[in-house]
Design a binder for this molecule. Structure first.
Ligand code: APR
Ligand code: PHB
Length: 389
């Protein structure tokens, strides 16, 4: 088989890229190692930057998001019993869209299927050949059959554990990583959110986050030990701990209920450079990971897709290689800013095992400064709603 762009990975990055290319008449095929239901079963953050909303509109996939998503003009930040609001619209002139990543992925799958897009599921043993040549190809297996795809370009949208990043020789790529000494225990519950906007909570017992998927489906997180497992936490224990970490008014008004999903995610900052090697381009989690504190994972994947999609358009429509040649530098410039914001917000809001009393005083001083300074709130708001592409 031959295509213009072979895309490895049927998560948000791969699907968004495939759909955008389709809109411009550029052929692609998506290879996904899991099933569609498995991909859609992943629970992920649901805060969309304006840039991602725009890409979904450009891809023709934004109708349900606009119908069912919730614009949020700000967020609450609490520390102990204190709480203040950062107004995104006032400080950055933008809002964010609350719409689950699962729904983004579902809308993209629906669009690809409606367009008869080529997606292969349950693929195995994907190998990228001759990525550093002008005629790369992929080999892989489906149901035991050996397959080959010849292509012009390969988009590695296969996430942190994929094959694409590993294809770039070790002497070409450099990796940067920071592991955080805690995880996030998250639950989904069919309960009304404690507040109509998110609450990021710094407490002496650790971080907590109150989020939602809609007005009947809440998403809550508490910082937990890396040695914890979800089975260590009954629903009752989770709710009791969450309440201890919120200001009294919110703790008292919290509506609890049975968890319909409970999981623990470790936190990591990671970047690989470069994000291109020959005709192979890395997008999204294949190239970088952020701690979820700033909700930048999906949104930074989206900016990668924006740069790569426009570079490929320029190549096919104008015969120019400027966009693809500039891809890695452009994408990384924004990736590192997202990494910084996610690291900064994580450092501000969590309790670290090695923190001294002085360190905790520094956190409180920065929270008090953020509370009182328009300049500080503008900086946070600009990063949270999404820096320009
Ligand atoms: N062959 C084919 N598919 C693969 C392979 C492989 N060797 N390895 C991984 N995949 C698939 C995974 O099954 C997954 O569906 O690639 C997809 C990668 O999707 P994500 O991990 O969701 O990464 P991405 O599309 O970049 O989206 C980033 O998703 O994980 C969240 O926090 C992350 O919000 C961010 C967003
Ligand atoms: C979520 O709703 O899952 C969510 C929201 C904001 C974050 C992280 C996760 O920063």
């Amino acid at each position: 088989m031959k295509t213009q762009v072979a895309i490895i990975g049927g998560g948000p990055s791969g699907l968004l890229l495939s759909q955008l290319l389709h809109v411009r008449g550029i052929d692609s095929i998506v290879l996904e190692r899991k099933t569609k239901d498995y991909v859609l079963g992943r629970i992920r953050a649901g805060v969309l930057e304006r840039g991602l909303v725009g890409l979904m509109e450009e891809a023709g996939c934004a109708d349900r998001m606009h119908a069912e998503g919730f614009p949020h003009d700000g967020t609450l930040v609490s520390y102990g019993d204190e709480m203040f609001r950062v107004d995104f619209t006032k400080h950055a002139g933008e809002h964010v869209m609350i719409y689950g990543q699962t729904e983004v992925t579902r809308d993209l799958y629906d669009a690809r299927e409606k367009a008869n897009g080529l997606i292969e599921f349950n693929v195995e043993n994907v190998v990228i050949h001759d990525a550093d040549s002008d005629s790369p190809h992929l080999t892989y297996n489906v149901d035991g059959d050996a397959r080959r795809i010849d292509c012009d370009f390969v988009a590695g949208c296969d996430g942190f554990h994929g094959v694409s990043r590993q294809t770039i020789p070790l002497d070409v790529r450099k990796e940067y990583e920071k592991l955080y000494p805690f995880g996030w225990l998250g639950i989904l519950s069919e309960t009304p959110p404690v507040n109509h906007e998110l609450i990021y909570a710094n407490s002496e017992r650790g971080f907590a986050l109150c989020s939602m998927r809609n007005d009947k489906l809440s998403r809550y997180y508490i910082q937990c030990s890396l040695s914890d497992s979800p089975d260590d936490w009954t629903d009752e224990a989770f709710w009791a701990e969450l309440k201890r970490r919120l200001p009294k008014e919110q703790a008292d008004s919290l509506v609890t209920g049975p968890s319909i999903e409970k999981s623990i995610a470790p936190l990591r900052s990671f970047v690989t450079e470069p994000m291109r090697w020959g005709r192979l381009f890395l997008c999204g989690d294949a190239a970088h990971i952020v701690p979820p504190t700033g909700a930048k994972g999906l949104n930074t994947a989206a900016s990668d897709v924006h740069y790569l999609y426009n570079g490929l358009r320029d190549y096919y429509e104008n015969g120019s290689e400027a966009g693809i040649d500039g891809y890695s530098e452009k994408a990384l410039a924004r990736v590192w800013k997202a990494e910084r914001f996610s690291w900064w917000f994580s450092s501000l809001m969590h309790r670290y095992p090695d923190q001294s009393e002085f360190d905790i005083k520094m956190q409180v001083a920065e929270l008090e400064f953020l509370r009182s300074s328009d300049a500080a709130q503008k900086a946070m708001a600009e990063n949270y709603v999404g820096l320009p592409y």
